[in-house]
Design a protein around this ligand. Structure first.
Ligand SMILES: Cc1ncc(COP(=O)(O)O)c(C=O)c1O
Length: 349
């Protein structure tokens, strides 16, 4: 597969913006090249200088953790930025399409709509999986991108690895495996297969297990060629200095990461064990993420509204394909999990 052929001609031809920090990278006493404020910053912290546009320190810390080279890492303002840039990189507005496998994360469709890119939808099976028929349809599609969310949001399950591999071998466009919830599963990350598949892009995020949703920091891992193209089209300073500093500190706090990850997994098991015996719960789907999708009877939206009245917000997924009657429940603190369970037990239908 020639990746260059998947890149929009105008992007192949364009020159990226050359920032002041690109043109001078050394140490200097007098920095008068970027129209910054040499006097300092308003507020308690000093952020008067533009950040490293290549986020070298963060990538140097991340690369060994993910077992990839720094040149295989793209950092975005959340994975949502990577989703948007991948669509823009490959799809000519008004002409090309992307492929999604509903029910799935909503931002793929938003990015397509925003960029005037057509949508192809191939719904997952009733148990939210890929089937040989779906795989054959993906492979036959002329879409430029397919988004495969695994573990999937809102369903929580991993998609069959064999089926994903068949897609990687047969599909003519980029295969984006969105692993936002990778830290909550024991399955190996698709980053371990990057060398085998030149069309593979793996996305992960600091928003979930790292507990840094407020920072907005997402990762994409792929060949240096694909990452080079993403870097070419990103806004020059897309990751703020504050975010880079916080991310570096977080990466050095592996203990806290592991403790939170283990705690959330315990919470998930605790809820998954107890929810099925609640009268209004019809089914709890298996989860490899930090949430559970559950089907409620007789009226999930009434349960949703009741929980809201009690000050508990969950995600109403009843209108998503295949998710009639389903609410998505994020694993909280032990006290929050208990409050949710008690409220559900007390619901009178
Ligand atoms: C599957 C999936 N991908 C990406 C994201 C967004 O991640 P970020 O916060 O890094 O933009 C989410 C957030 O809920 C998600 O569920």
């Amino acid at each position: 597969m020639v990746i260059e052929n998947l890149v929009r001609p105008n992007i192949r031809a364009m020159k990226p913006y050359s920032s002041a920090r690109d043109e001078f990278e050394g140490e200097a006493h007098v920095m008068l090249d970027a129209n910054e404020n040499s006097l300092g910053s308003a507020g308690p912290e000093r952020f008067n200088r533009y950040p490293d546009p290549h986020q070298r320190a963060v990538k140097a810390a991340l690369a060994p953790l993910k077992n990839v080279a720094p040149e295989q890492i793209f950092l975005g303002n959340g994975s949502d930025e990577a989703i948007d840039l991948l669509v823009r990189l490959t799809c000519v507005p008004g002409q090309d399409s992307i492929l999604i496998l509903p029910p799935t994360y909503g931002m793929y469709e938003v990015a397509a709509n925003l960029n005037d890119v057509a949508m192809e939808r191939l719904p997952l099976t009733a148990d939210f999986q890929l089937s040989p028929e779906i795989v054959a349809q993906v492979v036959a599609s002329k879409a430029k991108l397919v988004f495969i969310c695994s573990p999937n949001n809102p369903t929580g399950n991993l998609l069959y690895a064999d089926a994903v591999e068949e897609i990687l071998r047969g599909f003519g466009g980029l295969v984006i495996v969105d692993e936002a919830y990778a830290d909550f599963t024991t399955a190996p990350s698709w980053t371990t297969r990057l060398a085998e598949f030149p069309n593979l892009v793996v996305m992960q995020t600091f928003s979930k297990a790292w507990g840094l949703a407020g920072l907005r920091l997402g990762m994409a891992f792929a060949s240096p060629e694909i990452i080079g193209y993403l870097n070419k089209i990103k806004p020059p300073y897309n990751i703020s200095e504050a975010t880079q500093q916080h991310a570096l500190a977080a990466l050095q706090d592996a203990e806290r990461f592991e403790a939170m990850r283990t705690g959330l997994l315990k919470g998930r098991d605790w809820l998954a064990e107890r929810l099925p015996s609640v009268g209004i719960v019809e089914e709890v789907f298996p989860s490899d993420a930090n949430f559970l999708l559950a089907r409620f009877r007789p009226d999930a939206t009434a349960v949703y509204d009741y929980l809201l009245e009690k000050g508990i917000v969950v995600r109403n997924r009843t209108t998503q394909p295949g998710c009639a009657g389903c609410l998505r429940l994020t694993v909280g603190t032990p006290a929050e999990n208990e409050a949710l369970l008690t409220a559900l037990q007390e619901f009178e239908s």
